[in-house]
Design a protein around this ligand. Structure first.
Ligand code: NAD
Ligand code: ZN
Length: 434
Protein backbone atom coordinates (compact mmCIF):
# COMPACT_ATOMS: atom_id res chain seq x y z
CA UNK A 1 0.00 0.00 0.00
CA UNK A 2 2.73 2.44 1.03
CA UNK A 3 4.84 1.41 -1.93
CA UNK A 4 1.91 2.11 -4.23
CA UNK A 5 1.46 5.51 -2.69
CA UNK A 6 5.13 6.30 -3.13
CA UNK A 7 5.00 5.34 -6.79
CA UNK A 8 2.03 7.61 -7.17
CA UNK A 9 3.83 10.44 -5.44
CA UNK A 10 6.87 10.01 -7.61
CA UNK A 11 4.81 9.81 -10.74
CA UNK A 12 2.77 12.93 -10.26
CA UNK A 13 4.08 15.57 -12.60
CA UNK A 14 1.52 18.27 -12.93
CA UNK A 15 1.20 21.06 -15.40
CA UNK A 16 -1.47 23.65 -15.89
CA UNK A 17 -1.99 22.14 -19.32
CA UNK A 18 -2.96 18.68 -18.08
CA UNK A 19 -4.97 19.78 -15.07
CA UNK A 20 -7.52 22.40 -15.90
CA UNK A 21 -9.68 24.17 -13.39
CA UNK A 22 -12.89 23.30 -15.19
CA UNK A 23 -13.98 20.35 -13.12
CA UNK A 24 -15.97 22.30 -10.56
CA UNK A 25 -19.16 24.22 -10.82
CA UNK A 26 -19.56 27.93 -10.43
CA UNK A 27 -23.10 29.09 -9.93
CA UNK A 28 -23.79 32.72 -10.74
CA UNK A 29 -24.83 35.03 -7.94
CA UNK A 30 -28.24 36.71 -7.78
CA UNK A 31 -27.59 40.07 -9.39
CA UNK A 32 -24.70 42.24 -10.41
CA UNK A 33 -25.13 45.15 -8.01
CA UNK A 34 -23.00 46.03 -5.03
CA UNK A 35 -19.52 45.94 -6.55
CA UNK A 36 -17.92 49.34 -6.75
CA UNK A 37 -14.85 48.99 -8.94
CA UNK A 38 -12.77 51.24 -6.73
CA UNK A 39 -13.99 49.93 -3.37
CA UNK A 40 -11.37 49.00 -0.82
CA UNK A 41 -11.36 46.85 2.27
CA UNK A 42 -10.39 49.59 4.66
CA UNK A 43 -8.88 48.80 8.02
CA UNK A 44 -11.49 49.55 10.67
CA UNK A 45 -11.84 48.84 14.36
CA UNK A 46 -15.48 47.81 14.07
CA UNK A 47 -17.62 46.49 11.28
CA UNK A 48 -20.96 47.96 10.25
CA UNK A 49 -23.51 45.28 10.95
CA UNK A 50 -26.84 46.25 9.50
CA UNK A 51 -27.58 46.32 5.79
CA UNK A 52 -30.89 46.13 4.09
CA UNK A 53 -30.17 45.09 0.52
CA UNK A 54 -29.31 41.57 -0.59
CA UNK A 55 -26.00 41.52 -2.42
CA UNK A 56 -24.56 39.61 -5.31
CA UNK A 57 -22.39 36.64 -4.39
CA UNK A 58 -20.59 33.69 -5.99
CA UNK A 59 -20.91 30.04 -5.13
CA UNK A 60 -18.07 27.59 -5.68
CA UNK A 61 -19.19 24.01 -5.19
CA UNK A 62 -16.97 21.38 -3.58
CA UNK A 63 -17.96 18.10 -5.23
CA UNK A 64 -17.49 15.07 -3.01
CA UNK A 65 -18.78 11.51 -3.12
CA UNK A 66 -21.69 10.22 -1.02
CA UNK A 67 -23.76 13.39 -1.09
CA UNK A 68 -21.17 15.40 0.81
CA UNK A 69 -21.08 18.28 -1.67
CA UNK A 70 -21.03 21.69 -0.09
CA UNK A 71 -21.04 25.30 -1.24
CA UNK A 72 -18.51 28.05 -0.64
CA UNK A 73 -20.40 31.36 -0.65
CA UNK A 74 -18.27 34.38 -1.53
CA UNK A 75 -19.63 37.92 -1.23
CA UNK A 76 -18.78 41.39 0.00
CA UNK A 77 -20.93 42.82 2.82
CA UNK A 78 -23.81 40.37 2.96
CA UNK A 79 -27.10 41.74 4.16
CA UNK A 80 -27.83 40.35 7.66
CA UNK A 81 -31.17 38.82 6.66
CA UNK A 82 -29.60 37.23 3.60
CA UNK A 83 -26.64 35.91 5.61
CA UNK A 84 -28.99 34.49 8.25
CA UNK A 85 -31.08 32.62 5.71
CA UNK A 86 -28.02 31.25 3.95
CA UNK A 87 -26.32 30.11 7.16
CA UNK A 88 -29.41 28.65 8.85
CA UNK A 89 -30.01 26.45 5.79
CA UNK A 90 -26.87 24.56 6.80
CA UNK A 91 -27.54 24.37 10.53
CA UNK A 92 -28.70 20.98 11.78
CA UNK A 93 -30.65 20.87 15.01
CA UNK A 94 -31.56 23.82 17.23
CA UNK A 95 -28.23 24.29 18.99
CA UNK A 96 -25.25 26.09 17.53
CA UNK A 97 -21.87 26.34 19.22
CA UNK A 98 -20.25 29.42 17.70
CA UNK A 99 -16.54 29.58 18.46
CA UNK A 100 -14.10 32.40 17.91
CA UNK A 101 -11.09 33.95 19.65
CA UNK A 102 -10.62 36.91 21.95
CA UNK A 103 -9.32 39.15 19.17
CA UNK A 104 -12.16 38.51 16.72
CA UNK A 105 -14.90 38.31 19.34
CA UNK A 106 -15.31 42.09 19.91
CA UNK A 107 -15.17 42.73 16.17
CA UNK A 108 -17.50 40.15 14.66
CA UNK A 109 -19.11 37.77 17.15
CA UNK A 110 -22.25 39.69 18.09
CA UNK A 111 -23.21 40.18 14.46
CA UNK A 112 -23.21 36.43 13.79
CA UNK A 113 -25.07 35.58 17.00
CA UNK A 114 -27.94 37.83 15.98
CA UNK A 115 -27.75 36.77 12.31
CA UNK A 116 -28.15 33.13 13.36
CA UNK A 117 -30.80 33.64 16.03
CA UNK A 118 -33.09 36.05 14.20
CA UNK A 119 -35.11 33.78 11.96
CA UNK A 120 -37.65 35.34 9.59
CA UNK A 121 -40.67 34.53 7.49
CA UNK A 122 -38.55 32.80 4.81
CA UNK A 123 -37.25 30.21 7.28
CA UNK A 124 -39.00 26.87 7.50
CA UNK A 125 -40.19 25.81 10.95
CA UNK A 126 -37.13 23.72 11.86
CA UNK A 127 -34.85 26.69 11.24
CA UNK A 128 -36.64 28.85 13.77
CA UNK A 129 -35.70 29.14 17.42
CA UNK A 130 -32.01 28.36 17.12
CA UNK A 131 -30.02 28.84 20.34
CA UNK A 132 -26.49 30.11 19.82
CA UNK A 133 -23.96 29.15 22.51
CA UNK A 134 -20.67 31.02 22.22
CA UNK A 135 -17.13 30.18 23.19
CA UNK A 136 -14.18 32.57 22.98
CA UNK A 137 -10.75 30.95 22.88
CA UNK A 138 -7.33 32.58 23.31
CA UNK A 139 -5.87 33.92 20.06
CA UNK A 140 -2.70 32.61 18.42
CA UNK A 141 -1.02 29.73 16.59
CA UNK A 142 0.57 28.64 19.90
CA UNK A 143 -2.98 28.06 21.19
CA UNK A 144 -3.68 25.52 18.46
CA UNK A 145 -3.13 22.54 20.70
CA UNK A 146 -4.91 19.68 22.39
CA UNK A 147 -5.45 21.56 25.67
CA UNK A 148 -7.32 24.41 23.98
CA UNK A 149 -9.25 21.91 21.88
CA UNK A 150 -10.40 20.34 25.13
CA UNK A 151 -12.11 23.65 26.05
CA UNK A 152 -14.41 23.21 23.05
CA UNK A 153 -15.36 19.70 24.10
CA UNK A 154 -15.90 20.88 27.70
CA UNK A 155 -18.22 23.66 26.56
CA UNK A 156 -20.26 21.33 24.32
CA UNK A 157 -20.68 18.86 27.19
CA UNK A 158 -21.49 21.56 29.73
CA UNK A 159 -24.24 22.81 27.42
CA UNK A 160 -25.40 19.19 27.01
CA UNK A 161 -25.23 19.43 23.22
CA UNK A 162 -26.27 16.19 21.58
CA UNK A 163 -25.21 14.80 18.22
CA UNK A 164 -27.74 16.99 16.46
CA UNK A 165 -25.96 20.29 16.93
CA UNK A 166 -23.77 22.45 14.73
CA UNK A 167 -20.34 23.85 15.52
CA UNK A 168 -19.43 27.08 13.72
CA UNK A 169 -15.87 28.37 13.38
CA UNK A 170 -15.61 32.16 13.15
CA UNK A 171 -12.00 33.10 12.61
CA UNK A 172 -8.78 32.38 10.80
CA UNK A 173 -7.14 29.06 10.07
CA UNK A 174 -6.33 28.36 13.71
CA UNK A 175 -9.96 28.57 14.86
CA UNK A 176 -11.14 26.78 11.71
CA UNK A 177 -8.72 23.88 12.13
CA UNK A 178 -9.47 23.48 15.85
CA UNK A 179 -13.24 23.79 15.63
CA UNK A 180 -13.25 21.46 12.65
CA UNK A 181 -11.31 18.86 14.61
CA UNK A 182 -13.54 19.26 17.67
CA UNK A 183 -16.61 18.75 15.47
CA UNK A 184 -15.01 15.64 13.96
CA UNK A 185 -14.52 14.00 17.35
CA UNK A 186 -17.37 15.37 19.50
CA UNK A 187 -19.77 12.46 19.89
CA UNK A 188 -18.05 10.85 16.87
CA UNK A 189 -18.81 13.78 14.60
CA UNK A 190 -21.25 16.68 14.44
CA UNK A 191 -22.10 19.22 11.75
CA UNK A 192 -19.84 22.13 11.23
CA UNK A 193 -19.76 25.43 9.32
CA UNK A 194 -16.79 27.60 8.47
CA UNK A 195 -16.99 31.40 8.55
CA UNK A 196 -13.38 32.27 7.69
CA UNK A 197 -12.22 35.78 8.55
CA UNK A 198 -8.57 35.82 7.39
CA UNK A 199 -7.29 35.66 3.81
CA UNK A 200 -5.47 32.42 4.69
CA UNK A 201 -8.69 30.81 5.87
CA UNK A 202 -10.75 32.17 2.97
CA UNK A 203 -8.42 30.90 0.25
CA UNK A 204 -7.19 27.69 1.81
CA UNK A 205 -7.79 26.35 5.31
CA UNK A 206 -11.60 26.56 5.47
CA UNK A 207 -12.01 24.48 2.31
CA UNK A 208 -11.32 20.78 2.04
CA UNK A 209 -11.94 19.31 5.48
CA UNK A 210 -8.41 19.08 6.87
CA UNK A 211 -8.73 19.78 10.57
CA UNK A 212 -6.37 19.44 13.50
CA UNK A 213 -4.01 20.84 16.08
CA UNK A 214 -0.24 21.14 16.47
CA UNK A 215 1.89 18.81 18.58
CA UNK A 216 5.16 19.95 20.21
CA UNK A 217 6.95 17.58 17.83
CA UNK A 218 5.25 18.75 14.66
CA UNK A 219 2.71 21.05 13.11
CA UNK A 220 -0.79 19.73 12.38
CA UNK A 221 0.29 16.28 13.52
CA UNK A 222 -3.02 15.45 15.25
CA UNK A 223 -6.22 15.79 13.27
CA UNK A 224 -8.95 14.36 11.08
CA UNK A 225 -10.61 14.83 7.72
CA UNK A 226 -14.04 16.33 8.39
CA UNK A 227 -15.84 18.39 5.75
CA UNK A 228 -17.99 21.41 6.63
CA UNK A 229 -21.64 21.86 5.64
CA UNK A 230 -20.76 25.15 3.97
CA UNK A 231 -18.10 27.85 3.91
CA UNK A 232 -19.45 31.36 4.26
CA UNK A 233 -17.03 34.06 3.11
CA UNK A 234 -17.85 37.73 3.59
CA UNK A 235 -14.78 39.58 2.38
CA UNK A 236 -15.93 42.68 4.26
CA UNK A 237 -14.71 40.90 7.39
CA UNK A 238 -11.16 41.41 6.06
CA UNK A 239 -11.55 45.12 6.84
CA UNK A 240 -10.31 44.46 10.39
CA UNK A 241 -7.48 42.09 9.40
CA UNK A 242 -4.01 43.60 9.97
CA UNK A 243 -1.87 44.14 6.86
CA UNK A 244 0.74 41.61 7.89
CA UNK A 245 -1.93 38.89 8.17
CA UNK A 246 -3.39 39.94 4.84
CA UNK A 247 -0.04 39.55 3.08
CA UNK A 248 0.56 36.24 4.84
CA UNK A 249 -2.63 34.82 3.31
CA UNK A 250 -1.56 35.96 -0.16
CA UNK A 251 1.27 33.40 -0.06
CA UNK A 252 -1.31 30.63 -0.49
CA UNK A 253 -2.91 32.50 -3.42
CA UNK A 254 0.52 32.65 -5.09
CA UNK A 255 0.92 28.91 -4.45
CA UNK A 256 -2.11 28.02 -6.61
CA UNK A 257 -0.67 29.92 -9.56
CA UNK A 258 2.71 28.25 -9.29
CA UNK A 259 1.55 24.65 -8.85
CA UNK A 260 -1.38 24.43 -11.25
CA UNK A 261 -2.86 27.65 -12.60
CA UNK A 262 -0.39 29.58 -14.77
CA UNK A 263 -3.05 32.04 -16.06
CA UNK A 264 -3.93 32.90 -12.43
CA UNK A 265 -0.24 33.58 -11.74
CA UNK A 266 -0.20 35.94 -14.74
CA UNK A 267 -3.27 37.72 -13.33
CA UNK A 268 -1.49 38.03 -9.97
CA UNK A 269 1.58 39.54 -11.62
CA UNK A 270 -0.68 42.24 -13.06
CA UNK A 271 -2.85 42.73 -9.98
CA UNK A 272 -0.66 42.17 -6.92
CA UNK A 273 -0.55 45.91 -6.20
CA UNK A 274 -4.36 45.89 -6.00
CA UNK A 275 -4.35 42.97 -3.59
CA UNK A 276 -1.84 44.57 -1.24
CA UNK A 277 -3.89 47.78 -1.40
CA UNK A 278 -7.03 45.83 -0.39
CA UNK A 279 -8.99 46.36 -3.59
CA UNK A 280 -12.18 44.42 -2.92
CA UNK A 281 -12.86 43.46 -6.55
CA UNK A 282 -9.36 42.04 -6.85
CA UNK A 283 -9.84 40.15 -3.58
CA UNK A 284 -13.18 38.78 -4.61
CA UNK A 285 -11.63 37.42 -7.79
CA UNK A 286 -8.51 36.04 -6.10
CA UNK A 287 -10.53 34.31 -3.36
CA UNK A 288 -12.97 32.81 -5.83
CA UNK A 289 -10.22 31.57 -8.13
CA UNK A 290 -8.26 30.14 -5.18
CA UNK A 291 -11.36 28.34 -3.87
CA UNK A 292 -11.97 26.93 -7.36
CA UNK A 293 -8.45 25.55 -7.43
CA UNK A 294 -8.71 24.14 -3.91
CA UNK A 295 -12.15 22.62 -4.61
CA UNK A 296 -10.86 20.99 -7.77
CA UNK A 297 -7.88 19.44 -5.99
CA UNK A 298 -10.01 18.25 -3.05
CA UNK A 299 -12.57 16.73 -5.41
CA UNK A 300 -9.87 14.66 -7.13
CA UNK A 301 -7.92 13.71 -4.02
CA UNK A 302 -9.84 14.35 -0.81
CA UNK A 303 -7.60 12.29 1.50
CA UNK A 304 -4.25 13.37 0.01
CA UNK A 305 -3.20 10.19 -1.78
CA UNK A 306 -1.03 12.31 -4.08
CA UNK A 307 -2.37 15.33 -5.95
CA UNK A 308 -3.51 17.21 -2.82
CA UNK A 309 0.01 17.03 -1.44
CA UNK A 310 1.08 19.49 -4.15
CA UNK A 311 -0.76 22.17 -2.14
CA UNK A 312 2.18 21.84 0.23
CA UNK A 313 4.52 23.79 -2.06
CA UNK A 314 6.94 25.56 0.28
CA UNK A 315 5.36 23.92 3.33
CA UNK A 316 8.00 21.32 4.24
CA UNK A 317 10.62 24.08 4.36
CA UNK A 318 8.03 26.44 5.88
CA UNK A 319 6.91 24.08 8.65
CA UNK A 320 10.55 23.56 9.63
CA UNK A 321 11.04 27.34 9.81
CA UNK A 322 7.80 27.84 11.79
CA UNK A 323 8.65 25.07 14.22
CA UNK A 324 12.34 25.98 14.55
CA UNK A 325 11.60 29.66 15.12
CA UNK A 326 8.86 28.88 17.67
CA UNK A 327 5.20 29.04 16.67
CA UNK A 328 4.03 32.63 16.52
CA UNK A 329 7.39 34.20 15.59
CA UNK A 330 6.70 34.03 11.87
CA UNK A 331 3.18 33.85 10.49
CA UNK A 332 2.30 30.65 8.66
CA UNK A 333 2.14 32.42 5.29
CA UNK A 334 5.44 34.17 5.91
CA UNK A 335 7.16 30.86 6.63
CA UNK A 336 5.48 29.39 3.53
CA UNK A 337 6.72 32.34 1.47
CA UNK A 338 10.33 31.65 2.47
CA UNK A 339 9.58 27.97 1.82
CA UNK A 340 8.30 28.73 -1.70
CA UNK A 341 11.46 30.76 -2.36
CA UNK A 342 13.54 27.78 -1.15
CA UNK A 343 11.56 25.27 -3.25
CA UNK A 344 12.04 27.49 -6.29
CA UNK A 345 15.77 27.87 -5.56
CA UNK A 346 16.13 24.11 -5.24
CA UNK A 347 14.18 23.55 -8.48
CA UNK A 348 16.57 25.95 -10.20
CA UNK A 349 19.61 24.13 -8.78
CA UNK A 350 18.18 20.89 -10.17
CA UNK A 351 17.70 22.60 -13.56
CA UNK A 352 14.02 21.78 -13.41
CA UNK A 353 12.95 25.38 -14.02
CA UNK A 354 14.65 28.26 -15.79
CA UNK A 355 16.06 31.40 -14.23
CA UNK A 356 13.16 33.51 -15.53
CA UNK A 357 10.52 31.48 -13.71
CA UNK A 358 12.59 31.56 -10.52
CA UNK A 359 12.97 35.34 -10.81
CA UNK A 360 9.24 35.77 -11.37
CA UNK A 361 8.50 33.63 -8.30
CA UNK A 362 10.78 35.71 -6.10
CA UNK A 363 9.42 38.96 -7.52
CA UNK A 364 5.78 38.11 -6.87
CA UNK A 365 6.58 37.20 -3.25
CA UNK A 366 8.34 40.56 -2.85
CA UNK A 367 5.42 42.37 -4.53
CA UNK A 368 3.12 40.70 -1.99
CA UNK A 369 5.32 42.17 0.79
CA UNK A 370 6.29 38.69 1.91
CA UNK A 371 9.72 37.61 3.23
CA UNK A 372 11.98 35.61 0.91
CA UNK A 373 14.80 34.98 3.36
CA UNK A 374 15.30 34.14 7.03
CA UNK A 375 15.53 37.02 9.47
CA UNK A 376 18.89 37.94 11.03
CA UNK A 377 17.88 36.51 14.42
CA UNK A 378 16.60 33.22 13.00
CA UNK A 379 17.81 30.17 14.95
CA UNK A 380 17.76 28.01 11.79
CA UNK A 381 20.89 26.13 10.79
CA UNK A 382 21.53 23.17 8.49
CA UNK A 383 21.10 20.51 11.19
CA UNK A 384 17.92 22.02 12.59
CA UNK A 385 16.43 22.39 9.11
CA UNK A 386 17.10 18.80 8.12
CA UNK A 387 15.96 17.46 11.50
CA UNK A 388 12.67 19.35 11.44
CA UNK A 389 12.05 18.50 7.80
CA UNK A 390 12.40 14.85 8.75
CA UNK A 391 9.13 15.06 10.71
CA UNK A 392 7.48 15.04 7.29
CA UNK A 393 9.90 12.27 6.31
CA UNK A 394 8.62 10.00 9.07
CA UNK A 395 5.06 10.16 7.88
CA UNK A 396 6.11 9.18 4.35
CA UNK A 397 7.74 5.90 5.32
CA UNK A 398 11.23 7.23 5.85
CA UNK A 399 11.41 9.17 2.60
CA UNK A 400 11.47 12.93 2.30
CA UNK A 401 9.02 14.04 -0.39
CA UNK A 402 9.17 17.62 -1.60
CA UNK A 403 6.91 19.65 -3.85
CA UNK A 404 9.17 21.27 -6.41
CA UNK A 405 8.57 23.33 -9.53
CA UNK A 406 9.27 21.69 -12.85
CA UNK A 407 8.92 22.79 -16.47
CA UNK A 408 6.78 25.75 -17.44
CA UNK A 409 4.81 28.03 -15.17
CA UNK A 410 2.05 26.01 -13.44
CA UNK A 411 4.02 22.77 -13.44
CA UNK A 412 5.11 21.00 -10.27
CA UNK A 413 6.22 17.63 -9.02
CA UNK A 414 6.04 15.84 -5.71
CA UNK A 415 8.98 13.53 -5.42
CA UNK A 416 11.65 11.92 -3.29
CA UNK A 417 13.83 11.56 -6.40
CA UNK A 418 16.14 14.55 -6.16
CA UNK A 419 19.85 14.97 -5.59
CA UNK A 420 20.39 15.37 -1.85
CA UNK A 421 23.16 17.83 -2.70
CA UNK A 422 20.61 20.27 -4.16
CA UNK A 423 18.65 20.20 -0.88
CA UNK A 424 21.73 20.73 1.28
CA UNK A 425 23.01 23.54 -0.97
CA UNK A 426 19.61 25.25 -0.82
CA UNK A 427 19.44 25.03 2.97
CA UNK A 428 23.05 26.24 3.26
CA UNK A 429 22.36 29.18 0.95
CA UNK A 430 19.42 30.39 3.05
CA UNK A 431 21.18 29.80 6.36
CA UNK A 432 24.29 31.65 5.11
CA UNK A 433 22.16 34.74 4.43
CA UNK A 434 21.22 35.05 8.13
N1 NAD B 1 -6.72 22.98 7.14
C1 NAD B 1 -6.00 23.36 6.11
O1 NAD B 1 -6.16 22.82 5.01
C2 NAD B 1 -5.04 24.50 6.29
C3 NAD B 1 -4.51 25.15 5.15
C4 NAD B 1 -3.70 26.25 5.35
C5 NAD B 1 -3.40 26.70 6.64
N2 NAD B 1 -3.93 26.03 7.71
C6 NAD B 1 -3.66 26.48 9.07
O2 NAD B 1 -4.18 27.80 9.21
C7 NAD B 1 -3.44 28.47 10.23
C8 NAD B 1 -3.07 29.83 9.74
O3 NAD B 1 -4.27 30.54 9.47
P1 NAD B 1 -4.34 32.11 9.67
O4 NAD B 1 -3.23 32.74 8.94
O5 NAD B 1 -5.72 32.53 9.37
O6 NAD B 1 -4.00 32.28 11.23
P2 NAD B 1 -4.89 32.73 12.49
O7 NAD B 1 -6.12 31.96 12.58
O8 NAD B 1 -3.99 32.73 13.64
O9 NAD B 1 -5.29 34.21 12.12
C9 NAD B 1 -4.28 35.17 12.00
C10 NAD B 1 -4.49 36.34 12.98
O10 NAD B 1 -5.47 37.20 12.44
C11 NAD B 1 -6.53 37.35 13.37
N3 NAD B 1 -7.73 37.54 12.58
C12 NAD B 1 -8.34 36.64 11.78
N4 NAD B 1 -9.35 37.22 11.13
C13 NAD B 1 -9.38 38.52 11.53
C14 NAD B 1 -10.18 39.63 11.21
N5 NAD B 1 -11.15 39.56 10.29
N6 NAD B 1 -9.92 40.80 11.82
C15 NAD B 1 -8.91 40.92 12.71
N7 NAD B 1 -8.11 39.90 13.04
C16 NAD B 1 -8.35 38.71 12.46
C17 NAD B 1 -6.49 36.12 14.22
O11 NAD B 1 -7.14 36.31 15.44
C18 NAD B 1 -4.99 35.92 14.34
O12 NAD B 1 -4.47 36.78 15.31
C19 NAD B 1 -2.24 27.61 10.53
O13 NAD B 1 -2.44 26.95 11.77
C20 NAD B 1 -2.21 26.60 9.39
O14 NAD B 1 -1.66 25.37 9.77
C21 NAD B 1 -4.73 24.95 7.56
ZN1 ZN C 1 -0.43 26.69 4.28
Amino acid sequence: MIATMQNLFTAILLTSQCLTINSFTILPGKDSSGWGSTSKLMMASTVTTSKSTAIDYDVVKVDLENNRNYPIYIGDSFDDKQAGEMLRKHVKGKDVLLITNDLISPLHLEKYVSILENSNENDVEERKGITVHTLVLPDGEEQKNIEVLQLILNKALEEALDRKCTFIALGGGVIGDMVGFASAIYQRGVNFIQIPTSVMAMVDSSVGGKTGVNHPLGKNMVGAFHQPQCVFIDIHNLSTLPDRELYSGISEIIKYGLIRDGPFFLWQEQNMNKLVQRDSDAFKYAIKRSCENKASVVKDDEKEAGLRATLNLGHTFGHAIENGSGYGTLLHGEAVSIGIAMASTMSLKLNWIDQTLHDRTIKILIDAKLPISLSKDSPMNRELFLKLMSVDKKVSNGKLFLVLLKGDLGGCLITDQFEQQALVETVDQYVAEI
